[in-house]
Ligand binder design. Structure first.
Ligand code: PLP
Length: 430
């Protein structure tokens, strides 16, 4: 059994400081039980906790670390930059450099605005969509997460087309009354909603690769249908690519599927492990943002030089030829070796994956909507999570979350992890 005594004692102390002992809820291990591990250090694909346990990490800070921990190029660039001051509240050329790196290699956007988190990016993109179209309503999908933005913290009601119910206390009904929540992968619901709210919908928001509530891979046909509806109805198509951006390819899901969205939000990978988000669009749409246009949005630390430096260093690596192909190949081999084993043993298990994102599903059904996920399967996840920790593999502590493979995961690391997964599955199904 894993010795977590130092983590347990730090977690007990943290209870005196933070609600639930953490600064973001999913870190608390609430759905898997036990104390969260306090991390001492990360190197490559490995994490070391404060009790000296080492793990192969598939959480990768929930997605940002596509090069793994403490990548030397990123660390060097950050160190060079930080020595010259941490923030100026005035422009630096690093902002130009990161923007140029992105815009000249991403064919779906022309202008970008850096912010400090994915939440901020999604919030700002929604405001821009509303400001640009002069409409108030937005459509979102059940099972897509867009950060803790008031208007997007909504869950579906009981009908096919429903106005959202707030999924958090503290969000006024008035704030969510303009949010329409639909099931994913359902054309009929979408047609019904756009008919019912004709000329009132500013944007259709979605994770084109929904990866915050399982991995709910959509058919390309459904995404194309969204594009069509948006064109027909004068609605902006908003891809929240906070996970998928720079992950399934440099051009994210837009490039992967070859679909032109009207707005894109970025986060996670874009900051190389530092707090960066961004929203981007055509010049025409982005010219509506202050100081050029009437849509106000600002940030004291936006475009922070140290954060820009980390983003530049990380995305430079991502642009190297073959980078994404290799990640995708490693991921599909990893998933295949685990699922083939499960198959042989007759376990009800699968690993949907795309690019270097995978999900652990305790079913063989194709899951494309949030409502298809059975909450009982989370008991199996809990057992798997514990068995993996005991075997030196760290995955995000929730069965609804996806896992990530980084450039730093070597074939040897992945072979070790495959073995750990196989043993852990035996424990779950024994
Ligand atoms: C993580 C995430 C967010 C929120 O980003 P934060 O940096 O945590 O605020 C928004 N949208 C998607 C798709 C995400 O995965």
């Amino acid at each position: 059994m894993l010795n977590r005594s130092n983590s347990e004692s730090l977690f007990a102390t943290a209870q005196n400081y933070f609600p639930g002992g953490v600064n973001s809820p999913v870190r608390a291990f609430k759905s898997v039980g036990g104390s969260p591990l306090f991390i001492e250090k990360g190197e490559g694909c490995k994490l070391t906790d404060v009790d000296g346990n080492t793990f192969i990490d598939f959480c990768c800070s929930w997605g940002p670390l596509i090069l793994g921990h403490a990548n030397p190029a990123v660390v060097e660039k950050v160190n060079q930059t930080v020595a010259n001051g941490m923030s100026f509240g005035a422009p630096t050329k690093l902002e130009n450099e990161l923007a140029d790196l992105i815009l000249s290699n991403h064919n779906y956007i022309e202008r970008i605005r850096f912010v400090n988190s994915g939440t901020e990016a999604a919030m700002s993109a929604i405001r821009l969509a509303r400001g640009y179209t002069g409409r108030d309503k937005i459509i979102k999908f059940e099972g897509c997460y867009h950060g803790h933005v008031d208007a997007l913290l909504v869950s579906a009601g009981s009908g096919l087309v429903t106005l959202g119910n707030s999924s958090s206390a503290g969000v006024p009904d008035g704030t969510v009354q303009d949010t329409i929540v639909l099931p994913l992968n359902n054309k009929e619901a979408l047609e019904q909603a756009v008919a019912e709210y004709k000329n009132q919908i500013a944007a259709i928001a979605l994770e084109p690769i929904p990866a915050n509530n399982g991995l709910l891979l959509q058919d390309k046909e459904f995404l194309l249908f969204l594009r069509e509806i948006c064109d027909r109805e004068g609605i902006l198509l908003f891809f929240d690519e906070v996970i998928s951006g720079f992950r399934v390819g440099f051009e994210g899901a837009a490039g992967y599927y070859g679909i032109q969205p009207d707005l894109i939000a970025f986060g996670k990978i874009i900051g190389g492990g530092m707090p960066v988000g961004a929203y981007a669009s055509s010049k025409e749409v982005m010219d509506n943002v202050a100081p050029l246009g009437p849509v106000y949005q600002a940030g004291t630390l936006s475009g922070n030089p140290v954060a820009m430096a980390a983003g530049i260093a990380q995305l430079t690596e991502c642009l190297k030829p073959g980078f994404y192909d290799e990640l995708e190949m490693k991921t599909s081999i990893f998933c295949r070796e685990i699922t083939q084993y499960a198959e042989k043993r007759g376990y009800n298990f699968s690993m949907p994956h795309i690019g270097s994102i995978y999900w652990i599903a305790f079913t063989k059904d194709k899951i494309q909507a949030a409502s298809q996920i059975k909450s009982e399967s989370m008991d199996n996840f809990k057992k798997l999570h514990a068995a993996l920790l005991d075997r030196g593999v760290y995955i995000g502590p929730s069965g609804y979350e996806v896992g990530f493979i980084s450039e730093a995961h070597t074939d040897n690391d992945l072979n070790d992890a495959v073995e750990a997964f196989q043993e852990a599955l035996d424990v779950v199904f024994s």
